[in-house]
Write a protein that binds this ligand. Sequence first.
Ligand SMILES: Nc1nc2c(c(=O)[nH]1)N[C@H]1C(S)=C(S)[C@@H](COP(=O)(O)O)O[C@H]1N2
Ligand SMILES: [Mo]
Length: 399
Amino acid sequence: MNDDSLSRREALAAIAATVGVAACGTGDGDGPAGGSGRDADPDAGVGADRPIWVKDPSPFIRHGTNLESRLEDMHGLITPNELFFVRNHAPTPLIDAGSYVLAVGGSGAEREVRLGLDELRALPSQTLVAYIECAGNWRGFFRSVTGRTASGSQWGTGAVGCAEWTGPRLSDVLSLAGVRADAVDVNVIGLDEAGWARPMPLAKALDPDTILALAMNGVPLPPDHGFPVRVVVPGWVGSSSVKWVGGIEISTRKVWVKANTTSYVLVGDRWPADLYAPADGAPITAGRVKSALALPRPARLEAGPQRLRGFAWSPRGPVEGVEWSADGGPWARARLIGAHPALPHAWSRFELEWTATPGGHVLRTRATDAGGETQPLEGTHNEKGYLLNVALPHQVEVT
Ligand SMILES: Nc1nc2c(c(=O)[nH]1)N[C@H]1C(S)=C(S)[C@@H](COP(=O)(O)O)O[C@H]1N2
Ligand SMILES: [Mo]
């Protein structure tokens, strides 16, 4: 493992000295089953004396150190910051803006540079709307749709949100350190106690849409979402969008850390570990095409005509269409809202009209994306419960 490479230790030690965050250990992975209570996640590692989040957790469903959104609370394209889900491998660190330093270096860099927040703010800034979804979103449905429980926080559908992110391109920051011709990987390292990090190939780091966000929905990043700096890697699963970035390592070798060896890898018969060594399975990069109704589970509706709505997203740009079906009946087209080529990383919304009749019903939706991928009707198990994108049954009780 390269997780404790010299540059990482140096970067974190330098930063720890200035911001008072312990440069300890690696991430604790996605963790065993969390249950519903905040104390139920045995790997949360949270002291009773320390708040986990800065934001008000009351609108959320709690899973250990994580806060799950309720899709029914979300309305427009943009998820308000106070309703945006939180996936934390350790409690939210409180980082002092004045003494914050971003260290950029490594074997693939011409030089090491240390940048303060003002220097990052002075770089040309990019704004993009992008959804972020945890790879473990929907994990709680593995049991009902595949017959096998998957380990980890039992998320419903609320580990996803869509925000406007603003900040310099990662490529511009890498240029300040100088990228050597033999560089292959860029590891982005967080300042939280988990030391969460996720490397990406140089090409992804140089993508003009990979940015170091300083702002979320027009305000400085809230503490829970990475203040003062997070990387946003559109299309890739949420674990790549490292929060509280303190170090960036440009490497001449592929970098292996927790987040691409034991966590966020697909493990199962279809992904034999020996093919992916040193990872335990296939490291996850992009997410999958998905859709979900913005309704509680189960939903309770009154009989009669109902306008229902939901969200649909794909790493391959705006979805092409969403279909819906009631009680195993024929698939009909839903109405797409705001799927716009100018917002390639945003999610889309959809609406459908259903005449609800008294009794229990099951609704499903399925999205199709620009790559021709459609959500499957059956789910495939993987040990750690990632990337479920089956057309999920949604129970509805009509009175
Ligand atoms: N430093 C750090 N970055 C992190 C994490 C973390 O625990 N520590 N969690 C990751 C995971 S698994 C996800 S899904 C996203 C969640 O982003 P959010 O909390 O802003 O919704 O942050 C990612 N970035
Ligand atoms: Mo995640």
